[in-house]
Design a protein around this ligand. Structure first.
Ligand code: SAM
Ligand code: SF4
Length: 442
């Protein structure tokens, strides 16, 4: 009987990449993917620990799986990702339905762990930080993502220790993959249908391998003729080095959207958070990039209601948003994380945080809507990724990562087509593909 694995992924793009790579690995021991819970004889939950009741979400998801399998043979249950790292042994004790716990830097052991379990039925927890062995192992297993837009992790972990963040504890110390290993993976992705590569890292712009920086990777990856677009995320403002800024002058495939999380517009709060840069430095990066290319736009992450945030600090955040006009952003109320410096700080009143979040989101969403509205009537380049679920339209993305739905066909997939935008809402542009005689303006 064939083995079927159901993989559910919570959290960031890196988890998505990891889930794909886990599947690339377990394929070697005979697993096929299934999208149906009931069919699975292995259930893997790739977890996220960044905010809120991460742990509780995992246990409630397990409760769901238990219900589905109540009258059937129990699947092998594996918890991967950052909650697995943070909770390790505890998970096996608290929930006997869980069989294996495997942290993000131990995925190279997944096949052996499963095979061992099948033989000995011994529950196990693998949570050592061993990024070197992990990527060495994964580099021997092809990345079979096979997507028009493919993720490629180049860097993991973090040494910055922002006071609110669990990443340094769950993903371990900063590690940059060998330069050549990454170029080989990019080439393989390109040979197998990728047209866009999104380079990933917790601090992607801190990438440093024997002197090779993110800028070197971008310039080398864009030499691959099949690749039409290159992006990178997530960057830390402190690591926006001159070489990275300068390549916006010469790169032909680097997209003009810079995701640069700032968290707060107040220097006082940035200091409390241990962010290691000031708003003036952030603005200087913004100005330099805008001077190179005024079409470059910014997106960001904000934490609202960080302990110590006063009215003036919040106003400073609004002022920054009004100055930069971020076109897309994530904003969340501060969520105390176990083990971090900010875990036990005095929280500000919940009602105030909620009000501030609503205020900031109104402004951020307005920017987003205005940006999309400004494109109505214009012609933009769209990289076509897929057909819509009902197959009646095509789905792609603009240079600024905005979803575009238009009257495309299956054979447009993987191509860059010109689309005239007819309508828009906050998250999506709607349009019609045009003939080459029309002019591109954005
Ligand atoms: N390394 C990136 C940086 O430094 O900007 C961010 C990576 S972090 C995994 C993604 C985002 O999660 C952060 O930018 C932050 O806005 C949010 N985040 C992290 N910890 C949080 C917390 N304790 N409460 C609320 N949001 C949090
Ligand atoms: Fe977390 Fe980013 Fe700060 Fe690292 S730099 S601790 S990943 S927020």
């Amino acid at each position: 009987m064939s083995q079927k694995i159901f993989i559910k992924t919570f959290g960031c793009q890196m988890n998505e990449y990891d889930s794909n790579r886990i599947f690339d690995s377990v394929k070697k021991i005979g697993y096929e993917k299934t999208e149906k819970y009931e069919e699975a004889n292995c259930y893997l939950l790739n977890t996220c620990h960044i905010r809120d009741k991460a742990k509780e979400k995992v246990y409630s998801e397990i409760g769901r799986v238990k219900k589905i399998f109540r009258s059937k043979k129990k699947p092998l249950v594996i918890i991967a990702g950052c909650v697995a790292q943070a909770e390790n042994q505890e998970m096996l004790k608290r929930e006997p339905y869980i069989d294996l716990v495997i942290g993000p830097q131990a995925y190279h052991k997944i096949n052996d762990t499963i095979l061992n379990y099948n033989k000995k039925k011994k529950k196990i927890e693998e949570t050592e930080f061993d990024a070197v062995s992990k990527f060495k192992y994964l580099s021997k297993i092809k990345n079979e993502a096979g997507k028009v837009s493919s993720f490629l992790t180049i860097q993991e972990g973090c040494d910055k220790f922002c006071h609110f963040c669990v990443v340094p504890y769950t993903r371990g110390p900063e590690y940059s993959r060998p330069f050549k290993q990454i170029l080989d993976e990019a080439k393989y992705l390109a040979d197998n249908g990728a047209k866009e590569i999104i380079l990933l890292g917790q601090n992607v712009n801190a990438y440093d391998n024997q002197g090779y920086r993110l800028s070197d990777l971008i310039l080398n990856i864009e030499k691959l003729s099949e690749i039409k677009r290159v992006r990178y995320t997530t960057s830390h403002p402190k690591d926006m080095t001159e070489d990275l800024i300068e390549i916006y002058k010469i790169s032909e495939k680097l997209m003009p959207l810079v995701h640069l999380p700032v968290q707060s517009g107040s220097n006082k709060i940035l200091k409390f958070m241990n962010r290691k840069h000031t708003i003036e430095e952030y603005l200087s990066t913004f100005d330099k990039l805008k001077e190179i290319n005024s079409n470059i736009e910014f997106s960001s992450d904000f934490i609202i209601g960080y302990p110590g945030e006063e009215d003036q600090d919040f106003k400073d955040t609004i002022r920054l948003i009004e100055r930069i006009k971020f076109i897309n952003s994530y904003s969340f109320i501060f969520s105390p994380r176990p083990g971090t410096v900010a875990e036990n700080l005095n929280l500000i009143e919940k009602k105030i945080s909620i009000e501030r979040l609503e205020k900031i989101q109104t402004i951020l969403f307005k920017n987003q809507i205005e940006m999309n509205k400004s494109l109505e009537g214009k012609v933009i380049d769209v990289l076509v990724e897929n057909l819509t679920d009902d197959k009646s339209k095509a789905f792609g993305r603009s240079e600024y990562m905005t979803s575009v739905i238009f009257n495309g066909k299956k054979n447009d997939i993987g191509k860059i087509v010109q689309v005239r935008i007819k309508d828009s809402n906050r998250n999506t542009l709607f349009g019609e593909v045009i003939t080459n005689s029309d002019q591109k303006v954005a």
